[in-house]
Write a protein that binds this ligand. Structure first.
Ligand SMILES: NC(=O)C1=CN([C@@H]2O[C@H](COP(=O)(O)OP(=O)(O)OC[C@H]3O[C@@H](n4cnc5c(N)ncnc54)[C@H](OP(=O)(O)O)[C@@H]3O)[C@@H](O)[C@H]2O)C=CC1
Ligand SMILES: CC(=O)N[C@@H](CCC(=O)OP(=O)(O)O)C(=O)O
Length: 350
């Protein structure tokens, strides 16, 4: 991929009509280093983007195309914003042609293809490519991302939970056998496809847990935190749906017997220089609206009542740091752009 001189990076988006695809368009159309060359949708193929998305009128003349290798052939980097088990069928052809891939779906996140098949319900189509995928969490894999040819972007819940737990597990302060993450998400996490439980009349003014017996993000979070802790971790993860559009709030509980370490200083030092992680002052409680539309993860660390349990609060926008923003952050690293390029907008408040 050439990123120097006159050659602007040509990027493609597979799945441009979904929520993360349209968020990629919002971030990439004004990006200083790239041209969006191809955007796909099977249902909208042949239709101008600006007709399907009136907010893009006057901004792009692109027309949706069918998702195939020919349509994507001019792209240096291809983003997949597709449901799981779609990217894995096209990625081998793109990789064979030397194109770099950033996958927002789950297809390359789990290292063990059998575990993937167990959670995603079908055999993996290209297990041989999994090992080459770099997990797209810059706060942990920045150096590997610079040369990555295939990036597996983390899930939205995993991003919020891993960033909250990382500082304590990296230094061995938290008991890895007793981790708890109680997380809430907005409805855009379910995507744009019509599903009855996500209709306004079904979920407005209501609040519920789901996936309590086992959510597909559980093996992903365990895999990453297990690598951090150097062994298996015991994690209880309970996701909830709240009636808002964007945002994740994760309340993470960790057993920390050590009382000598200044945890506020630990978090501040771990994330010093991280452009997209904000450690709030002692006593703060981050709100999802402070990250809405921005690529920031905002954290606060507490030890209620001075007890053994440390509580870390973590908020992100599921569509930005939880998906499209993090994917663009990975692109910036891969292409040698400023890591913050195209990602400097503050949150939409209110
Ligand atoms: N929503 C969120 O908060 C987050 C989502 N993700 C992940 O990102 C991915 C996309 O999510 P989201 O944007 O919410 O999904 P949506 O359901 O909103 O959009 C899916 C998009 O993919 C296209 N598509 C569907 N099936 C295929 C296929 N077989 N081949 C090519 N294109 C296809 C659809 O268009 P068409 O059918 O017309 O081709 C549509 O544009 C998912 O894997 C999701 O898990 C990750 C983090 C957060
Ligand atoms: C409300 C809702 O359904 N949320 C989604 C969030 C997952 C998601 O968005 O997909 P990733 O795995 O790619 O992160 C869910 O729980 O499945």
């Amino acid at each position: 991929m050439s990123v120097s001189g006159q050659h602007r990076l040509q990027v493609g988006i597979v799945g441009g009509t979904g929520y993360t695809g349209s968020e990629l368009l919002r971030l990439l159309l004004p990006h200083p280093g790239v041209d969006v060359a191809t955007v796909t949708s099977r249902a909208e193929a042949g239709r101008p983007l600006a007709e399907a998305y009136p907010h893009l009128r006057g901004i792009t003349d692109l027309v949706f195309r069918e998702p195939d290798a020919a349509a994507l052939s001019g792209c240096d980097v291809v983003f997949f914003a597709t449901p799981h088990a779609a990217a894995m069928h096209l990625v081998p052809e793109l990789r064979a042609a030397g194109q770099r891939v950033i996958d927002l779906s789950a297809d390359f996140r789990l290292r063990d293809p059998d575990l993937w098949a167990q959670w995603y319900g079908e055999p993996h189509a290209c297990p041989d490519l999994i090992e080459s995928a770099v997990y797209g969490l810059p706060e942990r894999h920045r150096d590997s991302l610079r040369d990555a040819q295939l990036v597996a972007c983390p899930g939205c819940y995993p991003t919020s939970i891993i960033l909250a737990m990382l500082p304590l597990l990296e230094v061995g302060l938290a008991d890895p056998a007793r981790l708890v993450a109680d997380a809430k998400t907005g409805v855009s996490g379910a995507g744009r496809t019509l599903k009855t439980p996500f209709l306004f009349g079904e979920m407005a003014e209501s609040f519920k847990a789901y996936g309590v017996a086992g959510h597909r993000h559980l093996p992903e979070i365990r895999q990453v935190l297990g690598n951090v802790a150097g062994g298996d971790v015991g994690l209880t993860f309970v996701p909830h749906l709240v009636p808002m559009v964007r945002g994740i709030h994760a309340t993470c509980y960790l057993d920390v017997a050590d009382r000598d370490t200044d945890l506020q200083a630990l978090f501040e030092q771990r994330y010093a220089g991280e452009p997209f992680v904000d450690v709030m002052p002692p006593g703060a409680t981050p709100e999802t609206r402070t990250v809405r539309g921005s690529n920031t993860c905002r954290l606060a660390v507490h030890r209620p009542g001075g007890g053994d349990v440390v509580v870390v609060l973590s908020v992100i926008d599921n569509l930005v740091k939880g998906a499209a923003g993090q994917a663009v952050q990975c692109l910036n690293l891969m292409a040698g752009f400023e890591e913050t390029a195209g990602l400097t907008s503050p949150a939409l408040v209110p």
